[in-house]
Design a protein around this ligand. Structure first.
Ligand SMILES: [Zn+2]
Length: 428
């Protein structure tokens, strides 16, 4: 009896294990550190070459109009396409970011050595997310090696700058129409959630500044001035004792992992006040202090309510402390996102994860990633993150990704492609 397409695809991934791990290690060895955005060109060439070997038509796309792009640190995105035989088939796009965060301190191995030891690939970007890129390439390749005809199409992109906002990467690709709902039905981003977890979205992000304004005076006569840093201390105390407990009492139904991130949260990112730096100081009362906050809000909260809550606190403080002047200024907003659980993409990935790993859990991310650009700019509603690795290891010293994880995630992605783009899958 002929093995089923599912069995053939799983076998092809298994057979390619060494190739997949070697390719993931080769990607780790290209130090695409961002900031500043090093070695993108080399990494895009490496990925583009492998995609070509695997039957993709490949384009390298350079965002010349973006300020991040420079001759010293060129931004190079890569996009590969394999088109199916029948019109009307579904097109699945797999997108991975090429960049990694700086290695930082505390490593016991070379962060860019791409060493495989005791069943783990070590290195900066091994989990986040070069193993995921390798898994995407070999998931598509497994279908080809198993002689599965494509009805729909498969696209694979490697993009820049996710760690710094993705504006020259996925956002730019979407703005230029390279990634668009007109052509692409589903997007999978192989971020490191692990082989049994599918990430359907994230909380909202609201970054804002609070600015206190005082009155400068000679530092020997501080009673003649109004100290803006003292004012900020009052504001910070109120945030800690009045606002923070309220936020901690709110939880979302979104299955955010880790579960502590199911609350509304507020982080103080930075405070700048007075005379900055080690240079000689003059005797002055600081008349301005700026504190920057990162508020993560729940889909159950609206941005308007989130802002109004801060404004209310500032009004209370102004009443209680005559002369306290504190202003709220917006910095950045990302709305919460959630791909519907009954989407064909979530169903196909869940079934595939159950087949390969025995379980499939839907989760949501504590932070945002390129999903926002896929949803908001490209207009593609069905987007999830699914890939090998451990979220908690991302950005840590001695980051690693399990070889078994990589193989399993590749199998799950391959079965998902088989379901959505292979055989006679209907367009969903
Ligand atoms: Zn990532």
């Amino acid at each position: 009896m002929q093995p089923t397409p599912i069995a053939r695809v799983l076998t092809e991934v298994e057979r390619a294990t060494d190739e997949i791990i070697d390719f993931a290690a080769a990607l780790v060895r290209v130090p695409t550190v961002n900031p500043p955005g090093e070695a993108y060109e080399a990494c895009a060439q490496l990925l583009g070459g492998r995609l070509r070997d695997c039957g993709f038509e490949v384009e390298h796309l350079v965002p010349e109009d973006r300020p991040e792009h420079s001759s010293r640190y060129p931004r190079v995105n890569v996009l590969g396409r394999r088109t199916g035989s029948a019109p009307g088939g579904s097109v699945v796009h797999l997108n991975g970011h090429l960049d990694v965060v700086p290695a930082g301190e505390g490593w016991t191995c070379d962060p860019f050595g791409g060493v495989v030891r005791d069943g783990r690939l070590y290195g900066r970007g091994s989990s986040d997310m070069k193993a995921g890129i390798a898994a995407a390439v070999y998931a598509a390749e497994a279908l080809r090696r198993a002689d599965i005809p494509l009805v729909g199409g498969i696209e694979i992109s490697g993009t820049v700058d996710e760690e710094s906002g993705g504006l020259a990467g996925v956002a730019w690709l979407a703005e230029q129409g390279h990634l668009s709902a007109d052509r692409t039905d589903y997007v999978i981003i192989p971020e490191p959630f692990g082989p049994g977890r599918i990430c359907v979205g994230h909380r909202g992000v609201y970054w804002f500044d609070l600015v206190t304004t005082g009155h400068t005076a000679h530092g020997s006569m501080p009673f003649l001035g109004v100290n803006a840093i003292d004012q900020m201390t009052t504001v910070l105390e109120a945030i800690k004792t009045r606002l923070a407990p309220r936020l901690a009492s709110r939880t979302t139904a979104l299955p955010v992992v880790p579960s502590e991130a199911r609350q509304a949260t507020l982080n103080l990112n930075s405070i700048i006040g007075g005379q900055i730096g080690p240079a000689a100081q003059t005797p002055c009362v600081p008349d301005r202090c700026v504190a920057t906050f990162d508020r993560r809000f729940l889909p159950e909260e609206s941005l308007e309510a989130v802002k109004a809550e801060v404004e209310r606190l500032l009004t209370e403080l102004a009443d209680e402390h005559p002369g306290l002047r504190c202003e709220l200024r917006d910095r950045m907003v990302v709305q919460p996102l959630r791909t519907p659980e009954d989407s064909p993409l979530v169903r196909a990935l869940s079934t595939a994860a159950e087949t390969v790993t025995g379980s499939a859990t839907l989760v949501a991310s504590p932070g945002t990633y390129d999903h926002k650009h896929v949803a908001r700019i490209a207009g593609i509603e069905q987007c999830v993150a699914y890939g090998p690795g451990t979220l908690e290891l991302a950005h840590q010293p001695d980051e690693w990704c399990g070889v078994d994880d990589i193989v399993q995630a590749t199998q799950v992605l391959a079965l998902t492609l088989l379901e959505l783009a292979g055989g006679a899958a209907p367009r969903g």
